[in-house]
Design a protein around this ligand. Structure first.
Ligand code: RFL
Ligand code: PHB
Length: 384
């Protein structure tokens, strides 16, 4: 078999790239290790920058998002119960869209015309310095696909980055000593906007998926087990970390999903190795505090998509030659913002009282300075 681009991974990065290529008439096959239902069952991101909204529109995948997504003009931050409003529209004239990653993925799956092989086992990348090809097995048969380029969109634990010799890639990493315990519940959100809360017991986030479905998180120790958290324990802990008025208004119920995600900052450099490119979580991880992971994945593939189209259709290497440098510039800014939001809002056991006083000063500075709030808003809604 032969195709122009083999895409490894059918998460948002792989599916969006597949769509951008197919719109330009470039042939691509996506290989995904899991089943489509498994991919759709992963509850992850909830906030789209406007650039991501526009990308999904360009991909022809925006109709349901505009009908069902919620446009947010701001967000709330609270510190030990004191609340502050960050008004995106007033501060930077932009908004974000609250629309779940599951829905983005479903919309991209629905419009895809090209081939996606789900449950592709033992995917292996070959000769990406010369004439690249990819092998995989499905239902006991091994297949080979020859191609011009390989796009590694297979997430943090994928095979693409793992196929590279250690000497070819530099990695930068920070693992945080805590994770997020998340609960999904079919109850209306407690507030029209998201609430990011710092409390001496740890961070908490009130998010949402729709007018009738809410997503809540609390910071937990890195080694915490989800089995130790009954719904009742979760709701009690969440309430304690919010300001009293919000705590009182929360509508609790039986969780429909509950999971713990570790927090990590990670970047691999460069993003190009001959005819192999990395994009999305395969190349970088941000802690979810800044809502940047999915957005970065989409901005990577916007750059990579045009670069591959240019290379295949116009014979120009300019885009692929500069993809890594251009994408990394944006990636590091999002890494910085996500690290900063995480540092402000979480309890770090090792920094003690000094650390908490600094966090409080940072929060007070935001409260008193429009310039500081503007910087937060500018990053949150997404840098150009
Ligand atoms: P994905 O979604 O991990 O998809 C990679 C796909 O590759 C497949 N795969 C393989 N396929 C073939 N062969 C192999 N050997 C393979 N190995 C892996 C996997 O099965 C999978 O289907 O990466 P992608 O596409 O780069 O997308 C990245 C986003 O999923 C991620 O950055 C976000 O979910 C991060 N994130 C958030 N991002 C935001 O922009 N806004 C948010 O509000 C937000 N909240 C979050 C988040 C992530 C979270 N968790 C659980 C990590 C909240 C949480 C709790
Ligand atoms: C979510 O709704 O899952 C969500 C929202 C904002 C974040 C992270 C996660 O910063």
């Amino acid at each position: 078999m032969r195709t122009q681009v083999v895409i490894i991974g059918a998460g948002p990065a792989g599916l969006a790239l597949g769509r951008l290529l197919e719109q330009a008439g470039v042939d691509a096959i996506i290989l995904e290790r899991k089943s489509a239902n498994y991919v759709l069952g992963r509850i992850r991101a909830g906030v789209l920058e406007w650039g991501s909204v526009e990308l999904l529109d360009r991909a022809g995948a925006g109709a349901r998002m505009h009908a069902e997504g919620l446009v947010h003009h701001g967000t709330a931050l609270s510190f030990d119960g004191d609340r502050m409003h960050i008004d995106f529209t007033d501060l930077v004239g932009k908004q974000v869209m609250v629309y779940g990653q599951t829905e983005v993925t479903r919309d991209l799956m629905d419009i895809r015309q090209g081939t996606t092989v789900y449950e592709a086992e033992d995917v292996q990348l070959h000769d990406f310095d010369g004439k690249p090809w990819v092998s995989y097995s499905k239902d006991g048969t091994t297949h080979r696909i020859d191609c011009d380029f390989i796009a590694g969109c297979d997430g943090y634990h994928g095979v693409s980055r793992a196929s590279l010799p250690a000497s070819a890639v530099s990695t930068f990493e920070r693992v945080y000593p805590f994770g997020w315990l998340g609960v999904l519940v079919d109850k209306p959100p407690v507030d029209p906007e998201l609430i990011y809360a710092h409390h001496e017991r740890g961070f908490a986030l009130c998010s949402q998926r729709s007018p009738t479905r809410s997503r809540y998180y609390v910071q937990v120790a890195a080694d915490e087990k989800v089995e130790a958290w009954s719904d009742t324990r979760f709701w009690d802990e969440l309430r304690r970390r919010l300001d009293p008025q919000t705590a009182e208004r929360i509508e609790t119920g039986e969780s429909i999903e509950k999971s713990i995600a570790p927090l990590r900052s990670f970047v691999a450099e460069p993003l190009r190795f001959g005819r192999l490119f990395l994009a999305g979580d395969a190349a970088h991880i941000v802690p979810p505090t800044g809502a940047k992971g999915l957005n970065l994945a989409l901005s990577d593939v916007a750059l990579l998509g045009s670069a591959l189209i240019e290379a295949l259709q116009d014979g120009s290497a300019a885009g692929i030659d500069t993809y890594s440098v251009r994408a990394l510039e944006r990636i590091w800014k999002a890494e910085r913002f996500s690290w900063w939001m995480t540092s402000l809002l979480h309890v770090f056991p090792e920094t003690g009282d000094f650390g908490r006083r600094i966090q409080r000063a940072e929060f007070d500075y935001l409260m008193g300075s429009r310039a500081a709030r503007q910087s937060l808003a500018e990053n949150y809604v997404g840098l150009p």
